[in-house]
Design a protein around this ligand. Structure first.
Ligand SMILES: [Zn+2]
Length: 214
């Protein structure tokens, strides 16, 4: 299964007339936040595959519509926050937001993030019973503590995401929030059984989906 993962920066290759030529063979798209909603809408329209997303700390909460203020939402896309879903045998879960550093939405304390994760437990446990594994990919905006993260409060990673990997052993944790400058900055790391990928801009992931009948 081929996956287009995106985060934080609009890529001209994606947001362009040749998107189908470059990415027409992907099975799904994972958006890790801090991207304009119309960008996601363009992708879901042009590629006609599911776009699963989590929101970042810079994402809009409300928008003006002809009938008044309404929650802002990328049309046609699937919100993964605090949800675990299955798509063609692939087990996904999502956690939006960054470390809380100022008033505003989509930010959490360490404890609040741990509570978000707790909401995923029943479904992940059910996956384990039915599929023999908790999940394949965790989509987050923030990084795990100590992996790709930075020292300032805004960009500090969550300890609870490290604990998540210890407990549920996803094959990928795909995150955004950490901007990459230059080629030397690390964007891919191994933690236990998990490949941690910073999707800044875009990245292509390939994953074998285990036998669905398991
Ligand atoms: Zn961010």
């Amino acid at each position: 299964m081929k996956i287009l993962a995106i985060a934080d920066r609009v890529s001209e290759l994606v947001y362009g007339p040749n998107i189908r030529r470059h990415f027409g063979d992907v099975d799904l798209v994972l958006s890790c936040g801090d991207l304009p909603y119309d960008y996601l809408e363009y992708i879901v329209t042009m590629l006609a595959v599911p776009v699963f997303f989590v929101r970042g700390n810079h994402d809009r909460e409300w928008e003006q519509t002809p009938t008044g203020i309404a929650p802002a939402y990328p049309g046609g896309c699937i919100d993964l926050h605090c949800r675990a879903v299955e798509y063609k045998g692939l087990l996904l879960a999502g956690l939006q937001g960054s470390m809380r550093y100022k008033p505003g939405p989509y930010q959490y304390s360490e404890r609040e993030m741990a509570l978000n994760i707790l909401q995923l437990w029943p479904r992940l446990g059910w996956n384990r019973v039915r599929r023999g594994r908790f999940l394949d990919i965790l989509v987050s905006h923030a990084a795990p503590r100590g992996i790709h993260d930075q020292a300032d409060l805004c960009h500090r990673g969550f300890v609870s995401l490290v604990r998540f990997m210890d407990r549920f052993r996803p094959r990928y944790l795909v995150h955004g929030h950490i901007h990459l400058y230059g080629r030397d900055q690390r964007w891919r790391s191994r933690y236990g059984e998990t490949e941690v990928v910073n999707a800044f801009g875009y990245r292509i992931l390939e994953i074998e989906v285990p036998d669905r009948r398991r």
